[in-house]
Design a protein around this ligand. Structure first.
Ligand SMILES: C[C@H](OP(=O)(O)O)C(=O)O
Ligand SMILES: [Mg+2]
Length: 306
């Protein structure tokens, strides 16, 4: 297959990108950073865009942090001016979905298989969460008599996402709620990423955690809210009228084809794949739907324009 995607490797190409787009949507893991390791010249690239008056948004599928915690991470890593309003995470997208689309009544509780980010966003939306990071669940040995096995009849939704503190009890309790009431409690996933990029390694992604309870319960999630779900794009467009009116003024930058690139394309935006995370250059020519552009890393936009 031929490559239709344009590789960003000259000053003219980088400047053309700066001229053409008003909205820059950035994926985070694999684009800006790998864990706490900042990728080269990303701060300079973001500063360059902001100095030109571009709208810069951060759209991450990583549900382990809420928007508030991401703001702190941005500041700690040296992105001085980033605000909570610029961040859209899959944990926030999940809370928006449950509140606005599913319209789960606020007196219902939500069982969480995941980290703090999910709990905080759901609590900010007005829901009481169960499970999640409750220290009661961090046990070394499995006890089928654990009090949590007295299932709470007020649980009206199960949310599953990326979990670092995985254990048998948390997975088995999630299974109980997925099977409860003839499998009728709504089941929502944060995102489908099979893997998670860490410096030089591929780790387990949220999708792989979710798949374990999918397999055990024989159920598929009723919704998965992160990229490429269009609900997340609609949330962004609702707050950015110019992007809604003219999606081609937007560029989605990411490191994964089946989430970031699909999300941008489905939203009507152009796309830029960077090769610092999940995908390798050889793949660009092999996929049917190629990104509009690709680049070795995000920082080339800054480097080529200096
Ligand atoms: C890796 C991904 O985060 P993102 O790349 O969307 O920031 C995820 O947490 O599954
Ligand atoms: Mg990524």
């Amino acid at each position: 297959m031929t490559i239709n995607s344009q590789k960003i490797s000259s000053r003219e190409q980088a400047e053309a990108i700066l001229d053409k787009y008003d909205y820059f949507l950035f994926d985070c893991d694999g684009v800006l950073w790998l864990g706490d390791h900042l990728l080269p010249h990303v701060i300079e690239t973001i500063d360059l865009l902001q100095s030109k008056g571009k709208t810069v948004l951060f759209v991450t599928n990583n549900s382990t942090k809420c928007r508030e915690e991401y703001t702190k991470k941005f500041h700690k890593l040296g992105f001085g001016s980033v605000t909570k309003e610029q961040i859209v995470g899959s944990s926030y997208a999940t809370a928006v979905y449950i509140e606005k689309i599913m319209k789960l009544p606020k007196d219902k509780k939500i069982w969480v298989l995941g980290e703090r980010g999910i709990e905080i966003e759901l609590q900010e939306a007005g829901y009481q969460t169960l499970g999640g990071t409750d220290p009661e669940l961090n046990v070394d040995s499995f006890d089928p008599e654990h009090p949590y096995f007295n299932l709470d009849d007020d649980v009206g939704c199960v949310v599953a996402g990326l979990l670092f503190q995985v254990n048998y009890l948390k997975l088995s309790l999630t299974l109980q709620y997925l099977l409860k009431d003839n499998k009728s409690i709504p089941f929502v996933g944060t995102n489908i990423d099979s893997t998670f990029p860490m410096k030089g390694k591929l780790l387990m992604g949220a999708g792989s955690i979710i798949e374990s309870v999918v397999f055990a319960s024989g159920r598929q999630p009723d919704a998965v809210c992160g990229k490429p779900n269009s609900g997340m794009m609609n949330t962004i467009k609702a707050k950015n009228e110019g992007l809604k009116a003219n999606p081609l003024k937007g560029l989605m930058i990411g490191d994964r084809l089946n989430t970031d690139m699909l999300f941008g394309r489905n939203g009507g935006l152009d796309t830029l794949l960077v090769l610092t995370g999940i995908e390798l250059e050889q793949l660009v020519s092999k996929v049917e739907q190629q990104p509009t552009y690709y680049a070795s890393k995000l920082g080339v936009i800054y480097e080529l324009t200096q």
